[in-house]
Design a protein around this ligand. Sequence first.
Ligand code: GDD
Length: 593
Amino acid sequence: MARRDNWPGVKFTLPPTATVIATLPSDSEESELQENWQYTDELAFMDQIIAAFQLLLTLFLGYFLLRKFLTPAERPLRRSVAILVLGDVGRSPRMMYHAESFANNHFDTYIVGNKGAQPIPSLLTLPQVRLLYLPDPPKSFANLPFIISAPRKIILQVFSILETLLIRIPHPPEFILVQNPPSIPTLALVWLVSWIRGSKVIIDWHNLGYSILALKLGKDHLFVKIAEWFEAYFGRSAYAHLFVTQAMHDFLVKEWDLQGLKLVLHDRPPAHFHRASPQEMHELFLRLTPSFQTPDLLTFLPSSTSPTSTPFTRVLSSPSFSSFSTDIGIETDTPVPSQRPDRPALLLSSTSWTPDEDFSILLKALSLYEQKAIEAEGRLPKVLMVVTGKGPEREKYMNEVGTLQSGAGGTEEGWKYVRCVSMWLEAADYPLLLGSADIGISLHSSSSALDLPMKVVDMFGCGLPVCALNFKCLDELVRDGVNGLVFRDAEQLAAQLESLLTHFPSSPTLASLCASLQRSTPIPPTRSLSSFSYERSDASTPVSASTESPTGETVFGFGRSEEWEWCSWTQNWDRLMRPLVLPGVKSNVDAHI
Ligand SMILES: Nc1nc2c(ncn2[C@@H]2O[C@H](COP(=O)(O)OP(=O)(O)O[C@H]3O[C@H](CO)[C@@H](O)[C@H](O)[C@@H]3O)[C@@H](O)[C@H]2O)c(=O)[nH]1
């Protein structure tokens, strides 16, 4: 007998095989859906596979539960960690940095996630790191409506995550560090695995999963309510909770009454992020030359001849400073790369092209800048806007860019002073491009208004001043006029660009902002930073190296304490995370117990 279940807006018919087929309330909607996808043989086959997975999953869990009750438990292996990212590992910088830090502290480090972009080089070379990739969902799922594909995807994910955490990692890891979001199904799975294997769970709260779903479905949608319940229920208890902002800490502690240690671990840049030297810039732009040879850019950028010049740099011989004699007695000149005075200003934004970043603000600001540049009669430079990153909204916005640039929309003439391109850089080149740019732009607005843009952290690490879209809690990272400028709309961003770029490359406003940024973000040479804190809501939690701040509040960061501290990721991690995961470690935290 077929069964009908009602979901908001969509009805389903479940045939005896438990296969989900969509039927829609109205004829027009039905034909629209049938146009979009068809129940093909391939899908029927997938459903058989999924049914087999369901059976396997039941047997699999039954086996582990029996083993849990009938055999003595194996103790978790000290100094081992499983890091779970339900997403592309190579595009999860914070989790890769965690993995590198654990490995550098001699942890056996398993990274569980999806294969995609190349991870940072250290993860491929550190002997303690093992990458355990999860299988990708079949491509045919991409053509299905979300409501149909989501449950299938989840069943496959559940199976592969459990298989990895319970079998592929041979001994129970001491810790399981899980990124949130996504929350479904990972939070429930790590909870189950930690119960079976005795591992301690650390939840790294990057954002709130239900708030991202609400962007798509609306905050009152039933699925959003279910997702929120799931996240709150399975995220409530953990050995420790890490938060990317003080604001997220405060919100979750108040709203969900989180249990376990709590620690604000702000994003900080890896130590190798720095302002690029002219030599590094030149070598980078030589590598990127093919990306600058599109018809749009060839006529826009200053002409260049590889390997002695690029659109941004050139190599000049400087006999007075760098002549030297070779072994065979011939005097030669050392080539000295430098930035070209006729280069366009290089603006940079980095993104995952998700719906919480509204790039139409940037496109409008660039159009306004184009007008200002036409009127400025030479006081404003040409601008090359580079947007780095991969993600779902990329195509939509880059199509818009094409229209604006060429004037194909018909409302305005094409751009003469502005070009915008998007690219994905290898992990080693990404900080070099940031370190070669003139201004960084952040359009991060956050679905929850509780997380901060890591891209801005990257930019600060590379000495790049930013213009950042304002949102609640941005002041935990960007101070208007000190390390960047804050804007609320396209008009204000265009005005900031005009002010920063007037008389470029000798712009006094830009030089002064760069100097102010350098003063506010020096990387301290040692681990001598003073402020730190943990909060412990559960006094019975067995942690030997933690403390509560005298006020009961986490005091790190200038968001609350008005104390601005800047350091590298490693310095921050060693100071705050080491005592959490290495019981007995000697650090300044011990002194406060
Ligand atoms: N290799 C490479 N990495 C890139 C590129 N473009 C962007 N990225 C990576 O992608 C990040 C930006 O991705 P977003 O998804 O836009 O991150 P965000 O909004 O700045 O920060 C969010 O994610 C962080 C963790 O991934 C969170 O810590 C943070 O709180 C926030 O939720 C950059 O920091 C960088 O690591 C590229 O061309 N190449």
